[in-house]
Design a binder for this molecule. Structure first.
Ligand code: SF4
Length: 765
């Protein structure tokens, strides 16, 4: 029997010291191609590797399952992907297999003492697996027994709200729609999803200010922008093809301002391996101005800029603000300006950690620009005041009339390939009203109206024993979540935990009394159903829905597609006769027909999704037809949140290494930050290291202190780094143990993984 107390919920301590080198100065380039081929040949034949990569992001190919950056109209016929997209594909197309024999050989306890990297390299799971109560090894189970077992657990619950149904952002529109329909027919809105941990703050702020929780720009806008501000985002690692768009923008005379506590390589120099110049020519300089703010200084920075814009506007009315846009299209301008006048740019600059001179230079660029795009990611969305920061970003764009015109707008860059699509087709812990009515009429059932659990509240419900069954459609919930030890206890209290997965991960090892793994097809694989090979569809970060067609043979004959898994589970669990689940999965056109009837914007879905490049969903902000409470774009007033750190305290932010996608660890290097062969590192400022009598290479224990609870992450190696004083950078999931479940952004309930107050103490030898 696996003794829960001996299972490692967090990544075990490293046995080898990471090596510190000089950060690699150029993003992508030939180096990236070399690394991809090396990685590819470790996991499959060169022939299979090149053949598979040729089909990524191609019109008749499959969509990259990694981030959600859009495909350009003139996509490369041979390599329309980046290094990290290729790594994601290689991980899925690997020849390594986690068979029943593999699980018979390796107990849950043994595997839980492996690093996340090693667990992930176990390969593709080939059969449905079950861990029965009191046993130490997963064993193979038939699909039928699996569905019957899950259905019986669900149907013996006293209340449907004792079940929790998580969704990771890789899930296709078709699977996600069927999933939410099944869950709501089962009787709950407990639909937490990875968006709760990433761009939920964007959704809340944009919905309130502009009327839609999505970005307003398209890829083409980058090519005609005057100014692009990239804030709280590391595109070189997390959205690498964005660098190609920034390169074109620069060629078209755009300027770029980068705002980040870390001088990320991808914001400095880029070599595009998709063209010859990227091999033999000089690199492209990306940012024209770098504002290195302190962690959490974003709102103060944007407000400081707007104070200086107002100063310039006062001196020469109409020369800075787009007054006609403000008068025609916005609400709340006077109150906003009245509040702005109460602030001092100098004081705000100090709070932001950026010098007033640099802020003046940024303001100058904004004054001289009409078409401005502001891009952001987790560096903005995972703070206590994230919703307010994003509202402040919108205020700046409204002052400049930079919403809903070519070359201008909001650009929250999604980090998971279909996280936006999942939300669009109903994956949300609140029932979308119109959709609820349509589903009720179409399927004769009363959808639950009461709001369900998001990620934070799902963790608490399991921790308090109110969540009895946890079902995850993809992802690695435990490692992605905050407060790892607390989350682990909650999962281990469940009667049943179920994961639909392609490969083993730590969430399989921190399990309920019974645990089941349902192995699914990957996005690269051919999905054969009764009416032939099927394709799925996804929505990228810019609201374009397009197809993804699996092309390679499945890793095992025992795999099922995500839509099929949901359909069979629904059939086994629900008494309601509608819809005919098995009929729906014979041909996914039937699922899309239903989506068309239930979700607005999907007219002629089956016809338009077959168009080259797919189709664009309606976007009221892009059309300047703001569907807000006021019918206008709303200016808002957002207070500055002072960090007030004590001398011995630090503000910690968790980040991804370059060899990682979310919780999937591709490798142990982070060449853009000069780290080799290790992940338990703490990036610290030289002065802070000296002040505390430490030196580079020392090991330290990191502790967070929240609501009188101390959380410990032991033995991180000190790395001297170009980071502002009293700021510390770490990787997740290693540092997620320090993020309290109760520490989340106001209104969006997104864990504050980018601003956690910690202390740093030398580790005992
Ligand atoms: S930019 Fe994102 S979507 Fe495009 S290939 Fe890279 S990881 Fe995949």
């Amino acid at each position: 029997m696996s003794d829960h107390s001996k299972l490692c919920a967090t990544t075990p301590l490293e046995t080898e010291r990471p090596t510190i080198t000089k950060p690699y100065p150029i993003a992508a380039g030939p180096k990236a191609v070399k690394i991809v081929l090396e990685e590819g040949m470790k996991q499959m034949s060169l022939r299979k590797c090149t053949k598979t990569l040729l089909m990524v992001n191609q019109v008749k190919g499959f969509d990259c399952p990694s981030c959600a950056w859009p495909d350009p109209k003139d996509r490369s016929a041979i390599a329309e992907y980046c290094e990290n997209g290729a790594k994601a594909i290689i991980e899925e197309a690997t020849e390594a297999r986690a068979t029943p024999a593999f699980f018979a050989q390796h107990s849950v306890q043994e595997m839980s003492n492996w690093s996340d990297y090693k667990i992930g390299k176990s390969g593709r799971i080939t059969h449905p697996m079950i861990l029965r109560p009191g046993t130490a090894h997963y064993e193979a189970i038939s699909w039928e027994e699996a569905f019957t077992s899950i259905a019986s657990h669900l149907n013996t619950l006293k209340d449907p709200n004792e079940a929790i149904f998580y969704t990771s952002g890789r899930t296709s529109n078709e699977a996600a729609f069927l999933y939410q329909l099944f869950v709501r027919q089962f009787g709950t809105n407990n639909l937490p999803d990875c968006s709760n941990m990433c761009h939920e703050s964007s959704g809340v702020a944009l919905k309130e200010t502009l009327g839609i929780g999505k970005g307003s720009v398209k890829l083409e806008d980058f090519y005609v922008a005057d100014l692009i501000i990239v804030v709280g985002q590391n595109p070189g690692t997390n959205h690498p093809r964005m660098l190609s768009a920034l390169q074109v923008a620069k060629k078209n005379k755009a300027e770029i301002i980068a705002v980040n506590p870390l001088p990320e390589t991808g914001l400095k120099k880029f070599k595009n391996p998709q063209n010859l110049k990227g091999w033999i020519g000089p690199s492209t300089d990306i940012s024209d101005l770098f504002l290195q703010l302190k962690i959490g200084g974003d709102l103060a920075l944007f407000k400081a800029i707007m104070c200086l814009l107002l100063e310039a506007e006062d001196k020469n009315p109409g020369s800075v603000f787009d007054q006609s846009f403000i008068d025609d299209k916005t609400h709340g301008y006077q109150a906003f300006i009245k509040d702005l006048r109460t602030h001092s740019a100098e004081a705000l600059a100090r709070e932001s950690g950026v010098s007033i001179d640099l802020i003046r230079r940024a303001t100058e660029k904004i004054i001289n620009s009409e078409r401005i795009i502001i891009c952001w990611a987790m560096g903005i969305t995972q703070h206590k005041n994230s919703v307010q920061i994003i509202r402040e970003i919108v205020n700046l764009l409204l002052l400049k009339g930079s919403i809903g015109k070519p070359g201008a707008g909001t650009c929250p860059v999604r980090g998971h390939s279909n996280v936006q699509g999942d939300r669009t087709v109903g994956i949300w812990h609140h029932l979308p009203k119109a959709m609820g009515v349509k589903m009720k009429n179409l399927f004769d059932f009363e959808p639950p109206q009461e709001g369900g659990y998001d990620v934070v509240n799902a963790i608490k419900a399991m921790g308090e024993g109110k969540g009895k069954v946890f079902f995850a459609l993809g992802g690695n919930f435990l490692s992605a979540s905050p407060d790892t030890e607390y989350t682990a206890k909650g999962l281990q209290q469940c009667e049943l935990t179920v994961h639909v997965s392609t490969k083993p991960n730590r969430s399989h090892l921190i399990h309920g009394k019974t645990a089941i793994i349902l192995p699914c097809l990957g996005r690269t694989e051919i999905d054969r159903q009764k009416n032939g090979a099927q394709f799925v569809s996804v929505e990228n970060s810019m609201g374009i829905v397009h197809s993804s067609i699996g092309q390679i043979e499945p890793a095992s004959e025992h795999l099922m597609s995500e839509p099929a898994i949901v359909a069979h589970l629904a059939k086994a669990t629900l008494k309601n006769k509608k819809p005919d689940w098995e009929w729906l999965i014979e041909d996914y056109d039937r699922i899309r027909d239903i989506i068309e009837q239930c979700v607005s914007g999907f007219d002629n879905y089956n016809e338009r999704v077959r168009h080259e490049g797919g189709f664009y969903l309606p976007n009221c902000a892009r059309e300047q037809n703001f569907e807000t409470a006021t019918g206008k774009a709303n200016f808002t007033i957002n207070p500055v949140l002072n960090s007030n750190l004590k001398d011995h305290e630090f503000m910690m932010m968790t980040t991804r290494s370059h060899d990682q996608f979310n919780t999937t660890i591709y490798g142990l290097d982070d060449r853009y930050r000069g780290i080799k062969n290790g992940r338990r590192v703490a990036f610290m400022n030289k002065k802070d290291i000296q002040k505390r009598g430490l030196k580079q290479g020392d090991y330290v224990d990191l502790k967070s202190h929240y609501e009188n609870v101390e959380r410990l992450a032991p033995r991180f190696m000190v790395v001297e780094y170009d980071i502002p004083e009293q700021c510390v950078g770490t990787y997740f999931p290693e540092a997620n143990v320090l993020v309290p479940v109760n520490s989340y952004a106001e209104r969006s309930i997104t864990p504050t993984s980018k601003s956690i107050v910690i202390t740093v103490e030398k580790s005992a030898e």
